[in-house]
Ligand binder design. Structure first.
Ligand SMILES: Nc1ncnc2c1ncn2[C@@H]1O[C@H](COP(=O)(O)OP(=O)(O)OP(=O)(O)O)[C@@H](O)[C@H]1O
Ligand SMILES: [Mg+2]
Length: 233
């Protein structure tokens, strides 16, 4: 069953026409990636789904309803949550205060659950958000999104710039979040991470989806990586 269906959206920054009819779907319980070169429109797609920017045309169907153009807090309230590229951590609030901002009583993930998943956050719970390492900030951003009871979790480059051991830790947690039934839309440049986690991949180029395929077909197709991602293996 399709949980989230993006249907021919067009998004702009001022006069710049960035997304030119992007369509993609996220089946219930799956991990789907959105891949593409720098500037292709990946973050803009996630921001449009999350309600950070409103599309001028097209629909974002979620649970039988068109949520395109709803403000971001309403979209998040419906369970479609974005962990943005630069993580959106409040530097002057403590770790625990940042987490409490996402808190919802109906979420299966409460404060103690987040501390169990990411023990480092518990150790650092009185530290300011601005004092965290990059990996800890990413854990905090994911933890806060989980407390908001996501049905669809969108992650924008969650392991960018992190040390391999932290990447492994975060990948393991993303897998567990999927197993808990959350559907995930992942933007990530690290192809190994993408192919370890995903069921399906979409590639965007200059605001248009140019490829869609299952993980096995994608792995077997060297051409596609070379052509669209410039990472001939
Ligand atoms: N706030 C903005 N105002 C104007 N143009 C923007 C803005 N944000 C992004 N753009 C432009 O929109 C296009 C798509 O940007 P976007 O951030 O979606 O790319 P991306 O695929 O996420 O790239 P990256 O891999 O570098 O994160 C780019 O040409 C970018 O310069
Ligand atoms: Mg981006």
């Amino acid at each position: 069953m399709t949980l989230l269906q993006v249907d021919a959206i067009h998004s702009y920054y001022g006069k710049s026409h960035i997304l030119q009819g992007v369509s993609l779907s996220v089946p219930q319980g799956s991990v789907v990636t959105l891949l593409g070169r720098n500037g292709a429109g990946k973050s803009t797609t996630l921001k449009t789904i999350a309600g950070v920017i409103a599309p001028r045309q097209g629909a974002v169907r979620y649970g039988g309803r068109d949520i395109a153009g709803l403000p971001a807090h309403k979209v998040a309230g419906l369970g479609v949550c974005l962990v943005p590229e630069h993580r959106g951590i409040f530097k002057l609030l403590t770790v625990e205060e940042n987490l409490r901002l996402g808190m919802r009583r109906d979420s299966p993930w409460q404060l103690d659950d987040i501390y169990r998943i990411f023990p480092r956050l518990k150790e650092r719970r009185r530290n300011g958000g601005g004092q965290l390492s990059g990996g800890e900030q990413q854990m905090l951003a994911i933890g806060r999104a989980l407390m908001n009871h996501p049905r669809v979790l969108m992650l924008d480059e969650p392991v960018e710039g992190l040390a391999p051991v932290i990447v492994e830790e975060i990948v393991a947690q993303i897998r567990l979040i999927k197993q808990a039934g959350v559907s995930i839309l992942l933007v990530e440049q690290n192809l190994e991470v993408c192919t370890q986690l995903a069921d399906r991949h979409f590639i965007i180029e200059q605001g248009v989806i140019v490829y869609e395929g299952g993980n096995e077909a994608f792995l077997a197709d060297e051409n596609v990586k070379d052509r669209y991602l410039g990472v001939g293996v």
